[in-house]
Ligand binder design. Structure first.
Ligand code: 9MR
Length: 369
């Protein structure tokens, strides 16, 4: 007996994909609009690197000429055990970039967070040193010549500009950042090397970052750029601090990137633009999740204006800025739906949950008309 296959659901799904694909095709392209100014990047999660969703894939190719892996090159994933590296997804990312002609910023070599489990069991300085050297040498050399740049060290500073009390500071001493860049420069001579952090536009932390960069330079070690992450609030963007930072960092002779741009519209239980992934707030209530059914125009307008003001500033300083990367492709992907409170509905990017461009997107595009 022949089994009957019901193809109706398949036809409906293909229809939806075709319609979405057709409407994506009609959207203007950020990377095209800004091609003479700076790279326009996005962060990719594992599913996007694996090209699981054809709509996401089409949009990424159309809009972005730079990608950063959101998680898959972090130590806990790429170096899960002392002697084991897991390069599968990072290699796929490299192929993805090659296939679609998109530049890759690798993220990140030395970070106190998302360390592999074995690092929490290590107590002696020699083993930390050995991990540090092996980790940088193995990973940075593997991708040299295949990627544009590395976030060599991520988030090494406290809010007051002093060095964060990480396992690396404790076991390796205050020169560990210079040493990380020294090792990276040797292992990856063809790759640009950056320091990346949040809130380094803020004067106290900025001062710490400037000292750090000067220290690396004074040691005769190469540092090519600084990444200002850009996790801000749509309703309170520190434009003056950002402009001063662009001026002061570029005076050091290095490139500037905005590396993890997103603008939260939700209330924050703490003050400041802290992006410390290890801080969480448990308390969830309706007041802290006010837009679960949709974003009101008043807040949409703030988001749109926020993005427009930022891109105006970026364009004003375009000769100093090499890349602006959004931290995710669409609102549904954003870490800000789960941080600092789990399960909220945030709207921080320029494409909505259905991959449609938001008013902020069009205002950014219109600045170039
Ligand atoms: O967006 C990332 C999220 O998916 C991860 O769970 C989290 C922990 O690895 O890291 C997020 O990305 C962070 C980035 O790597 C460094 N700066 C702050 C970012 C947001 O937390």
């Amino acid at each position: 007996m022949r089994t009957k296959i019901n193809i109706a659901p398949l036809l409906i799904i293909s229809g939806i994909i075709a319609i979405s694909w057709y409407s994506i095709k009609k959207v203007p392209s950020l990377k095209e609009a800004y091609k003479k100014d700076f790279l326009i990047g996005t962060a990719l999660n594992a599913a996007q690197i694996e090209e699981e969703n054809p709509i996401a894939n089409e949009l990424i190719k159309q809009q972005f000429n730079a990608i950063t892996p959101e998680n898959i090159m972090k130590a806990e994933i790429i170096h899960p055990k002392w002697d084991t590296y897991n390069f599968e997804l990072a290699d796929k990312l490299v192929n993805y970039g090659k296939k679609y002609n998109i530049q890759i910023n690798a993220h990140t070599l030395i970070w106190h967070s998302q360390l592999p489990y074995f690092m929490h069991t290590i107590k002696d300085a020699d083993s930390v040193k050995q991990y540090f050297v092996n980790h940088i040498n193995t990973i940075a050399s593997r991708y040299d010549g295949k990627i544009l740049s590395w976030d060599v060290v991520n988030e090494a500073l406290n809010e007051d500009g002093t060095l964060r009390n990480s396992i690396f500071l404790q076991k390796l001493g205050t020169d560990y950042i210079v040493e990380a860049f020294r090792l990276a420069q040797k292992a990856a001579p063809h790759t640009e090397l950056y320091y990346n952090d949040y809130n380094i536009e803020e004067p106290r932390k900025r001062k710490g970052a400037i000292e750090l960069i000067k220290k690396i330079q004074a040691a005769g070690v190469r540092i090519d750029g600084v990444g200002i992450q850009g996790h801000w609030k749509a309703y309170n963007i520190p434009l003056k601090d950002i402009e001063e930072s662009i001026e002061q960092f570029s005076a050091l002779g290095i490139k500037i990137m905005f590396t993890e741009l997103d603008l939260s519209v939700l209330p924050n239980p703490w003050d400041g633009n802290v992006a410390d992934v290890n801080k969480h707030e448990e308390n969830n209530n309706a007041a802290m999740n006010p837009y679960s059914t949709g974003l009101p125009d008043s807040m949409q307008n703030k988001l749109t204006k926020g993005y427009e003001d930022l891109f105006k500033l970026f364009l004003k300083h375009k000769t100093q800025i090499n890349r602006v990367t959004f931290w995710g492709v669409n609102d549904g992907q954003s870490w800000l739906n789960d941080w600092p409170i789990k399960g909220r509905t945030n709207y921080p990017l320029v494409f909505d949950r259905q991959f449609n461009p938001k008013p902020a997107f069009y205002n950014i595009i219109n600045l170039k008309k």
